[in-house]
Design a protein around this ligand. Sequence first.
Ligand SMILES: [Mg+2]
Length: 200
Amino acid sequence: MPNGAPTDSAQAEPLPRRLRRAAFVDRDGTLNPDFHYLADAARLELYRGVPEGIRLLREHGYLVICVTNQSGVERGLYTAEDVDRIHARLNEMLRRSGAEIDAFYYCPHAPERGCACRKPGTELFTRAAHDWAIDLPSSAMIGDRGLDVRAGERLGMLTVFVPQMGHVGEAEAELRVEGLRPDLVAPSFRGAVQQLLTRG
Ligand SMILES: [Mg+2]
């Protein structure tokens, strides 16, 4: 006699994975001063307010995903291992303040290659969305360049432009030339997070 366990009832459908929203963040010029082809993790510095901003994003339920162009790899200026070391150190610095970046995605190619992963290409974002079950339209992109705004726009995300200190005029001219209109403009990463969270 069977022990009574139902064997012929339909299996319950697995619940769809709940989608999350993400704050995509650029790296150089957004989280840290852009030293142009940073190769040495020991030289990495964070802008003031970045750890607090990232901690706030996560406390408000955002995944924090860093998407960065690192053409220095294909140009032979540094290696993929150097990039990994920089990202490990970045998170080590953030963890001291109770913050952390959930994942890093980078494009190693030179622009001439015309790949789909170099921003403003969107491939790294869609890959992250797949890996982390992210709802792109309810996500945001924070960055210091027109290509960050362009990538965010292409995916229907809220775009937050944070021009590097000292490069405000240059950055705004870039936006004008490219006909880009970010949803929010902030004076600092911390300010960008504040505006994003206020906007909901
Ligand atoms: Mg940048």
